[in-house]
Design a protein around this ligand. Structure first.
Ligand code: KIV
Length: 289
C-alpha cells in the first residue's frame, strides 16, 4: 500500500522530486513466492493523465488496455485499435503516474505475425510511452514471441482465457473453460505463457475453479478479471468499476454510480445556464476596490 499523496493542486504530472519509487517488473514478479501471494496485486485500467493521477496511489499496476477502443473511442470491439492510439494514451498515463508500473496493451495486428513484428511494435510502444511492459493476448501460440521479447529487454504480461481480440474466432465474449477440453487448453496456455518468460499474466472470463487452478499451478502472478478471488491480483476496467456504463459484464462490481452523478451535475448546470443563475457573483470578475 502506498503512503504518499498526490499533489492534485497542480496539473504537473511529474513533480520534482518524484514522491516515490515506481513499481518494477521484478517487484511485481516477486510478489508471488513459492506459489503464494501474500499481498494481492492491485491493477486498474487507465487511459488518461488525470485518471492515472487519481488511481496511481492505490494501484500496483496501471494497464493502458486496448479496451480504450470501446471505452474512449466508442468502437465496437478492440480490433480497430492502433499502435498510435496505444502510444498516445500510454504516454499520458505514464505522465500522470509515478508509483504504479504502467503496462500498455499491444493492439490487434501489431504482434501476431512474427516475433520480429512484435518486437518492432513493442519497442515503439516502450520508446514513445515510457511504460515498463507490454501485454499481449494468446497462449501457446504466443510463447515463442513472448520468449523473443523477454530475451530482448521487453517485459511481457500474458493474457489467456477470454481474449477479446479473438472475438471473431470465439464468436462472442462469453465465459471460457466450461468444458474439460477447453479448461485444459486454457491451463496449458497459462503455463506456456509463464514458461516463455511472461512476468505475470491476466486470466479473463473463465470458470472460477479453472482460475483458482491456474493461480495455484502457474509460478508467476495470475491477475484475474471475471476469474477468482484466489488469483494473485485483480484488474477491472476503471470506467466499469466506477459505474460509467449501464451495461457491464456480470463480473464487474460497481464501486460508484458516476453515470447518474454526472447526469445530475450536467442537468444542474443546464438548468442554471438556462435560468441565468450561472455564472453568479462568485464566478465573475468585477473591477477591484
Ligand atoms: O484491455 C483491457 O482493458 C484489458 C483488461 C480488461 C485486462 O485487457
Amino acid at each position: 500500500m502506498s503512503t504518499f499523496t498526490i499533489d492534485s493542486g497542480t496539473s504537473r504530472a511529474t513533480p520534482s522530486p518524484v514522491p516515490g519509487k515506481r513499481m518494477t517488473v521484478p517487484a511485481i514478479r516477486e510478489r508471488k513466492q513459492g506459489g503464494a501471494t501474500e499481498q494481492p496485486i492491485v491493477m486498474l485500467t487507465a487511459y488518461t493523465m488525470r485518471m492515472a493521477q487519481l488511481l496511481d496511489p492505490h494501484c500496483d499496476m496501471l494497464l493502458v488496455g486496448d479496451s480504450l477502443g470501446q471505452v474512449i473511442y466508442g468502437l465496437p470491439s478492440t480490433i480497430p485499435v492502433t499502435v498510435e492510439m496505444m502510444c498516445a494514451h500510454g504516454a499520458a498515463v505514464v505522465r500522470g503516474s509515478w508509483h504504479a508500473l504502467v503496462a500498455v496493451d499491444m493492439p490487434f495486428g501489431s504482434y501476431e505475425a512474427s516475433p520480429q513484428a512484435a518486437f518492432a511494435s513493442a519497442a515503439r510502444i516502450l520508446k514513445e510511452t515510457g511504460c515498463a511492459a507490454v501485454k499481449l493476448e494468446g497462449g501457446e501460440a504466443m510463447a515463442e514471441t513472448i520468449a523473443f521479447l523477454t530475451a530482448r529487454g521487453i517485459p511481457v504480461i500474458g493474457h489467456v482465457g477470454l481474449t477479446p481480440q479473438a472475438v471473431n474466432v470465439l464468436g462472442g465474449y462469453g465465459v471460457r473453460g466450461r468444458g474439460e477440453a477447453e479448461a485444459d487448453k486454457i491451463l496449458a496456455d497459462a503455463r506456456a505463457v509463464a514458461d516463455a518468460g511472461a512476468f505475470t499474466l491476466v486470466v479473463e472470463g473463465v470458470m472460477e475453479d479453472l482460475a483458482t487452478r491456474a493461480a495455484k499451478e502457474v509460478a508467476v502472478p495470475v491477475i484475474g478479471i471475471g476469474a477468482s478471488s484466489q488469483c494473485d491480483g485483480q484488474v477491472l476496467v476503471t470506467e466499469d468499476m466506477l459505474g460509467l456504463f449501464e451495461r457491464t459484464p456480470r463480473f464487474v462490481k460497481r464501486y460508484d454510480d458516476l453515470a447518474t452523478r454526472i447526469g445530475a451535475a450536467a442537468a444542474s448546470y443546464a438548468d442554471e445556464v438556462r435560468t441565468r443563475a450561472f455564472p453568479s457573483a462568485d464566478e465573475t470578475y468585477k473591477p477591484k476596490g
